[in-house]
Design a protein around this ligand. Structure first.
Ligand code: PLP
Length: 498
């Protein structure tokens, strides 16, 4: 226990050790960043191989040396991971993480403010508030939007969904629940919408039948004529439409819906307009792309993910709401054990009233610091370059006789491998090409040279490269083409011979 003044705690690390171990860790991480492009994108080991490396020890009864633990943890992670910071990582929508974000997370963890209430995190709350305002300014909506940092796109959209429902629900919904609503509440999104909407339907008690999946046109954007006729039909049948979701960069192809048309439909029918911009909305800051996002200022709520196209280390999503009072209406409660109320003279933000969490970590710091490290112009430069690289990939694919370019929007390109024998044949068997490209994707993902994901576009199984990666260069783009064609030929040989 120590003497009466100093308690000896097994978790404490003395100052000298902390400094020594910390410096060594920083050295290891700096080397990692410096050499990341020379490493394989992924160790591509099977779960069994990973388990064998990790071992199967049971919970230790006693402690171990911190320095040795770090040696072990860095060895495990540096040699058996997938690196989304690698210049050839293009999978899903996970960005290269900012180095400043890694340092910011260390600082945030050391201070450990609980950003659920202002009194528990005075400076962190102010920094989060400023971060939210800067995100709104960056994408070109009013800085009067309020909001909250959350774990990612699912949570950002779910958080907005519940605010929408509370705002548009019949009176007494909070007390009486859905069961007492006189009409079935329904909501609208395009078929290209991310699966968070399925979770929302289940989690908030509507059921998946309340989702109106509006078809998309050939460009993967919501067909707004069908949106309108579906709303009209629901009203005729006595349903209660309350929300329309527009995509600003759909997860598969990056298509941006006609936001101003959706906004007009929402206005005409008194519906909440939510934009899922988890991936694509940072492109609204790019002068040449702005036009795609016309109507964004009309949104009642917007999801934006700093851990996607603002390159924050996981996790960082954000919900922006035009009238932040709506968030408090949805999420606030005043249990007797909280002494967090703000005074009339000096109102404060207590973030537990803005979302689903009460105790909250300091996610905003890494976003706030990166926004200042490079400023608006630094972000415009990186996002513009990602878009140009994606277009370059599309052009290179178009020019290659064994590749078919399928879509290009924002920084997402979809394409597929088509063997010469197939492209010469009018009767190309789509099933064969789908199987071939699926096998090719699996081979590429286990090959460690690059990491792509997939999209199914108009029935075609495509390879998909999403560039939210400030390390990717033109050389990497050329190499994608070479690697895909080389591996495509191999897979074709295997499939063909069988
Ligand atoms: C448009 C869109 N919305 C929501 C999400 C979900 O984001 P997260 O995986 O951060 O929860 C994604 C993920 O890719 C997305 O692209």
């Amino acid at each position: 226990m120590g003497d009466s003044k100093h308690r000896i705690s097994p978790l404490e690390i003395n100052k000298d050790d902390f400094r020594k171990i910390g410096y060594r860790l920083i050295d290891v991480i700096s080397d990692f960043y410096d050499t990341i492009s020379e490493k394989p994108v992924t160790s591509a080991e099977t779960p069994k191989q990973i388990q064998a490396v990790l071992g199967n020890a049971s919970l230790p009864e006693d402690g171990a040396s911190v320095s040795e633990l770090f040696d072990k943890a860095t060895d495990l992670l540096l040699n058996h991971s997938l690196f989304n910071g690698h210049p050839k990582f293009f999978g899903y929508i996970t960005s290269s993480p900012t180095p400043i974000g890694a340092l910011a997370d260390l600082l945030a963890a050391a201070i450990n403010p609980n950003v659920g209430a202002n009194i528990l995190s005075p400076m962190a709350t102010a920094i989060e508030k400023q971060t939210v305002k800067w995100l709104a300014e960056f994408i070109g909506v009013s800085p009067a939007y309020g909001g909250i940092l959350v774990s990612g796109g699912n949570m950002a959209n779910l958080t907005g969904f519940l605010v929408a429902r509370t705002a548009k629900a019949p009176k007494g919904m909070k007390e009486n629940g859905l069961a007492n609503a006189s009409a079935e509440m329904v909501f609208y999104c395009s078929k290209a919408t991310h699966t968070w909407i399925d979770k929302a339907a289940v989690l908030f008690g509507h059921g998946s039948k309340a989702i109106r999946w509006i078809p998309t046109d050939a460009d993967n954007k919501m067909n707004t004529q069908i949106l309108l006729s579906t709303i009209t039909n629901d009203l005729r049948e006595g349903k209660k439409p309350f929300l329309v979701i527009g995509n600003a960069g759909d997860v598969s192809t990056g298509a941006v819906d006609d936001l101003s048309e959706i906004a007009a439909i929402c206005k005409a029918h008194d519906l909440w307009f939510h934009i899922d911009g988890a991936y694509g909305v940072p492109a609204a800051a790019i002068p040449q792309e702005k036009i795609l996002f016309n109507g964004i200022q009309e949104a009642d709520s917007i999801a934006i993910d700093p851990h996607k196209w603002l390159y924050a280390p996981l996790e960082a999503g954000c919900t922006l709401v035009k009238n932040p009072r709506r968030m408090i209406d949805t999420y606030s409660a005043h249990p007797v054990y909280y002494n967090f109320d703000s005074s009339v003279d000096e109102p404060v933000i207590n973030y537990y009233e803005y979302g689903l969490q009460n105790s909250r970590g300091f996610r905003a710091l890494k976003v706030w610091m990166a926004l200042q490290q490079v400023g608006r112009n630094g972000y415009i430069k990186m996002i513009t370059e990602d878009i140009s690289l994606s277009r370059l990939l599309f052009e290179k694919v178009q020019k290659h006789s064994e590749l078919e370019a399928v879509t290009q929007n924002l920084s997402i390109t979809t394409f597929r491998y088509v063997p010469l024998t197939c492209s010469q044949d009018d009767q190309t068997d789509e099933n064969f090409l789908n199987t071939l490209n699926e096998k090719l994707l699996n081979q590429l993902q286990h090959g460690s040279e690059l990491f792509l994901s997939n999209a199914v576009v108009a029935g075609k199984y495509c390879l998909r490269a999403c560039i939210v990666n400030f390390r990717t260069s033109k050389k990497d783009i050329q190499e994608i083409v070479e690697i895909v064609v080389r591996e495509g030929r191999k897979v074709y040989e295997q499939v063909h011979v069988k």
